[in-house]
Write a protein that binds this ligand. Structure first.
Ligand code: GLP
Length: 241
């Protein structure tokens, strides 16, 4: 596991963006695994900047997002589909049919999950961006005695709903369920970039990266992957070493 601790958020964002843009330059039809939350926003801003400055084209790129809320329409500004459009897709030249997010409005979620996994099988992810939940979740894979390998619907923990309530008008509006890629699918990516910032994540960063590998800390399973690049700001990395 490679780990870099950055002095500033800007440096972390620039480094992560270069990793993604670097892959696209090398392999114009790369498959990118993407994440939401507040951490990736600066990374996406930087990718957009690099796209505009260096003429890097995303016209042959395919993307898969980790997760989506159940019951929120893609045009709702709380959906992850909306977030991705706002922060990345509307600023780059990627064709819409090459963008994939799990459909949180699917009437048959099992069918939707299987279809998502089939697409991931056909187009394996070259580089996957991940954030980290306070309880160690990745995507929306919450701590549990068992973890699912493939895409599935998950009931969100109260602590996750509370953490994400800041994006909603009230706690009641925070969805109770989400559809997420499973840990098994996440671990199939060729390279995984875990980006974490903030003092409030320092403890879980330490647990996930140096603690026992356990389904109670889903991110700890990243320790089993051959190519994980961990990008931290000083605060998130303060309990390491
Ligand atoms: C959500 C997302 C995760 C993300 C996490 C942390 O729960 N489903 O993929 O990693 O939030 O987000 P933040 O970066 O806002 O702390």
């Amino acid at each position: 596991m490679e780990m870099i601790i950055f002095d500033t958020q800007q440096e972390l964002d620039a480094y992560a963006a270069e990793l993604f843009v670097g892959i696209v330059k090398e392999k114009p039809d790369a498959v990118l695994g993407l994440a939401t939350g507040s951490t990736p926003i600066g990374i996406y801003d930087k990718i957009v900047e690099l796209h505009k400055q260096n003429n890097v084209s995303f016209k042959d790129v395919t993307t898969f997002n980790l997760d989506e809320y159940v019951g929120i329409k893609p045009d709702n500004d709380q959906s992850y589909a909306y977030y991705m459009k706002q922060h990345l897709f509307s600023h780059i030249d990627i064709p819409e049919n090459q963008i994939h997010l799990p459909n949180g409005m699917a009437s048959d979620v099992e069918l939707e999950s299987n279809a998502y996994d089939a697409m991931l099988e056909a187009r394996p992810v070259d580089i996957q961006l991940l954030g980290l939940g306070h309880n160690g979740h990745i995507g929306f894979n919450e701590p549990d005695v068992n973890l699912s390998g493939g895409t599935h619907v998950v009931k969100l923990k109260e602590e996750t709903r509370e953490a994400n309530a800041r994006f909603f008008d009230s706690m009641d509006e925070v969805p109770e369920y989400a559809i997420t890629m499973g840990v098994g699918s996440i671990l199939k990516a060729n390279t995984i970039v875990l980006a974490v910032r903030g003092a409030d994540k320092a403890e879980i960063v330490k647990e996930a990266l140096t603690g026992p590998i356990t389904t109670n800390v889903p991110a700890s399973l990243l320790q089993t992957h051959a190519r994980v690049i961990v990008l931290l700001d000083r605060e998130a990395g303060r309990m390491l070493s």
